[in-house]
Ligand binder design. Structure first.
Ligand code: PLP
Length: 365
């Protein structure tokens, strides 16, 4: 959606995404970086984000062939990886035509690829399960899987990859164990390596390998808990400003409840603002009283339960606030990660949950 009657919109700062991509590259200077733009670039608009990075990204990663074809149809070239590979053998014809690289994480995918008759050599990323225990071959299977792919005339470049379960816990040994398991499986084999998500780009230099796969950091959010400070410390810029406006203001006496279920009871005479955004737009319904929000650049707090189309906030002390004033849900002033923590979720879910009726406005600066 590009226009809407409501004042609600998500401004996407494409220059910030480029800055964050460069940051990921400079943190892992000997690696190439696949920009992860799955799930509509974490809600930021995949085509616009990929175009903004087209001049400099080493490649892109998406979850499925539909996401890849959307980008190819928009004119985007260069390496593009399907992070879950294909879901059926028929898809390999699309992969062939669009020149995509595929993850191979199981026996079925391996057989489909070996039996395919593509017109070009297909690049493939062999996924190993080193501890995430979701998908991937056992480390002990690597040598055999790799040898079969190496012997197949229509398989092109091969890369070995794995994914971390706890890379955001910078003091935890689990990531080190995963790295060792991966290197042991590959020992003696000359093959490209890819291990690092954003957390590993930032915190596990020994896992940078030949290709990194930054996602959330491109959008300006640190993958670590207590993320606000970390994000600025690691030089990331928020890429999304979710903003709306005040549509009503009222004064309530002490003791009056606000909204559904009367969750918030005014502790004192309270000026309440109403902003046009609700959970149908992707603002988390579980946001607690006290979740930060900014009105005209000044921080205040959510009070009362989030409704489908509206939220209520505390304007006490913000005497100059008027209907129509801008309200920032997250962005420069309110870190998305803080709203996420205050709602028992993560910024990934907030971004990918932005509703269909929120226009994305792409800006260069
Ligand atoms: C989504 C994804 C990433 C990106 O993870 P972030 O935490 O957003 O950096 C990297 N690798 C794989 C396999 C993924 O699915």
């Amino acid at each position: 959606m590009t226009r809407s009657a409501r004042p609600l919109r998500a401004r996407i700062h494409l220059d910030a995404i480029r800055h964050n991509y460069r940051r990921a590259r400079s943190l892992a200077p000997r690696s190439r970086a696949l920009a992860v733009v799955k799930a509509n670039a974490y809600g930021h608009g995949a085509i616009a984000v990929a175009r903004a990075l087209a001049g400099e990204a080493d490649g892109f990663a998406v979850a499925c062939v539909e996401e890849a074809l959307e980008l190819r149809d928009s004119g985007l070239q260069g390496p593009m990886l399907l992070l879950e590979g294909v879901f059926s053998p028929d898809e390999l014809a699309l992969v062939d035509r669009a020149g995509l690289a595929i993850v191979v994480h199981c026996r079925e995918q391996l057989d489909w690829l070996l039996r395919a008759r593509p017109n070009r050599r297909l690049d493939c990323w062999i996924k190993l399960d080193t501890g995430m225990h979701r998908v991937g071959f056992e480390p002990s299977e690597f040598a055999e899987v790799n040898a079969r792919l190496a012997a197949c005339p229509h398989v092109g470049e091969r890369v070995a990859m794995t994914h971390f379960a706890r890379a955001d816990e910078t003091a935890h040994r689990y990531t080190s164990t995963q790295i060792v398991t991966f290197e042991q499986a590959l020992s003696g084999v000359r093959i490209g390596r890819s291990l690092a998500n954003s957390a590993a780009v930032l915190a596990w230099p020994q896992a940078h390998g030949d290709w990194t796969r930054p996602g959330i950091m491109l959008y300006g959010v640190s993958p670590f808990a207590g993320a606000a400070a970390e994000a600025s410390a690691s030089g990331l810029r928020p890429a999304m400003t979710l903003e709306s406006a005040l549509i009503a203001i009222r004064d309530l006496a002490a003791g009056e409840p606000i909204g559904y279920g009367g969750r918030f009871i005014c502790e004192r005479p309270t000026r309440v603002g109403v902003a046009a955004i609700g959970y149908a737009d992707g603002y988390p319904r579980h946001a607690r009283d006290g979740t930060p929000i900014a009105v005209g650049g000044r921080l205040t707090r959510i009070i009362g339960r989030v409704s489908m189309d509206m939220i209520t906030l505390d304007l006490t002390g913000l005497y100059e606030a008027r209907p129509g004033d801008p309200v920032e849900l997250w962005g420069q002033t309110v870190p998305a990660s803080t709203v996420a923590e205050s709602s028992d979720t993560i910024a990934y879910q907030l971004f990918t949950g932005i509703g269909r009726r929120v226009p994305l406005i792409h800006e260069e600066h």
